[in-house]
Design a protein around this ligand. Sequence first.
Ligand SMILES: Cc1cc2nc3c(=O)[nH]c(=O)nc-3n(C[C@H](O)[C@H](O)[C@H](O)COP(=O)(O)OP(=O)(O)OC[C@H]3O[C@@H](n4cnc5c(N)ncnc54)[C@H](O)[C@@H]3O)c2cc1C
Length: 538
Amino acid sequence: MRAQTSLSCDVLVIGGGATGAGVLFDLAQRGLRAILAEQNDVATGTSGRYHGLLHSGGRYAVRDPESARECIEENWIVRRIAPHTIEDTGGWFAAFPPDDPSYIPLWLAGCKAVGIPTEPLSIAQALREEPHLNPGAYAIYRVPDAACDSFELIHTLIEAAAALGAITLNYHRVCAIEKAGGKVIGALLENRRTGALVRVHADAIVNAAGPWAGEVAKLAGADIRMTHDRGVMVAMNVRWVNTIINRLAPPGDGDILVPVGTVCVIGTTSVVVERPDDLDIPAAEVTQMLDAGEIMIPEFRKARALRAWAGVRPLYDPPQKREGEADGGEDGRYITRSFRTLSHADVGAAGMLSIVGGKLTTYRRMAEQICDEVCAYLKVQAPCRTAETPLPKPTWLGGGRGKLHVLSHRLHQLEHAPRHDNLICECEIVTRDQLEAAIRASGEGVSLDDLRRDLRLGMGPCQAGFCGYRAAGVLSEVAHLSPERAIQALAAFIGERFRGNRPLLWGHQLRQALLDEMIYRRSLGVPALQAQVQAAAS
Ligand SMILES: Cc1cc2nc3c(=O)[nH]c(=O)nc-3n(C[C@H](O)[C@H](O)[C@H](O)COP(=O)(O)OP(=O)(O)OC[C@H]3O[C@@H](n4cnc5c(N)ncnc54)[C@H](O)[C@@H]3O)c2cc1C
């Protein structure tokens, strides 16, 4: 195939999730010329659809000690290098009446064995700190869990890599891997916005495509047995707790509640699906999450369920298991959350390496291991320094060294800002200045949904009801959009926001959805305008 543009680099990284972004930064820091190709915007895969937990490892302490150890070790590192992406909520493991007390000594021993600190807490103290917690809890331990904003982490890594000369090509899908003489020599990318083909010459390729790793490996003629494990999560419109609550029981459905920004998220389910992009949200799984929430917070359902979404875990189920790894099961919980690296030299694709499995919490360690292997292949001697290198905040959030994120940060900034008239998104406190800076930093073709990931625009309780049209106005002005493109941008954004509300249309959320419908459909007439734009274009 003839490509219209051609680029060259030492290493091509495929996938703009936490793993790929971590790999890009690590390579750039070692002085390698690296390009990352992402088929959509960065953080649109599993990393942008996860539960939000920087794991202490407690969840895996009994059944998956390797992953538990990786989590606790990386937890300390990520807090140090990217504090602005972390809210140090702390976490509790709490046993409630349905939970088997015989699990507690096993869990404590597992935590001790891998170095996870645990501290018992009296129920009276716990209820003082978290008054909504089920008072029937009979054992509670503190662990160093935290909440992590994956969008901010990934943008931070991409920007830090760019500052070292790395390139990120968003909306570029790798559609072919090129090989010669038993090794990879590059890949062909399709620009999904223009249809143009780009050839990237590369001496090595890292497949960090998460749940799509099997599809990408196939492009090189390799076969990776991935298990796609879908999980559904539900965001409630209030922060029922300020601490992450885990059930003190073997991992199960809906057993973790995470405070994220102004809301809290209950999750997740675990259902093995065929495709990496199967993001269905079955009504039964939503009900299951709300039921599970009530075990931890008896009044859970009294809050409004705001949004439901799903993500697919990129689990690797090796044909030959290591000692101690369990076998079979209808969900993916038996598969380790540790990670593996795979070379594809056996199919004439030397220099192509895949990284599979793992957790968002362990992205840095995954990157370190695969970059060590890439360097060995390229015969480059450059040690990994990512564990010691602090990452600056993204420029549109002010840049510079950050501190641990505190929920009141944005409000504090707003209250102390010279002007108070530029708030675009009240729920997430996104200002016009931040929005304009993010639009400029993103360049041509940026969508409102891309800006949502940059700034959390439209992610709060009104789900873009009030900020969607304001943001479309700012985008249109700053990016000089034609009226037609501005309408398309707004329609796409509210359509995407509505997708996550659809499984939750009852009670107060139905009222909110009807209000949004009145604003967009009846007052602004967006669907009619969109139809006119489409008719004029055809
Ligand atoms: C429901 C759920 C909850 C979770 N909760 C947690 C949690 O609380 N804490 C935690 O640590 N972990 C959690 N995880 C696990 C964690 O989210 C994943 O392990 C991690 O995000 C995977 O990151 P990744 O970069 O490997 O994959 P992804 O984020 O999926 O990135 C892969 C990227 O590759 C791109 N891509 C695919 N094919 C191509 C191609 N041909 N060309 C170009 N680009 C391509 C995709 O678009 C995608 O953006 C959760 C997972 C799920 C599903």
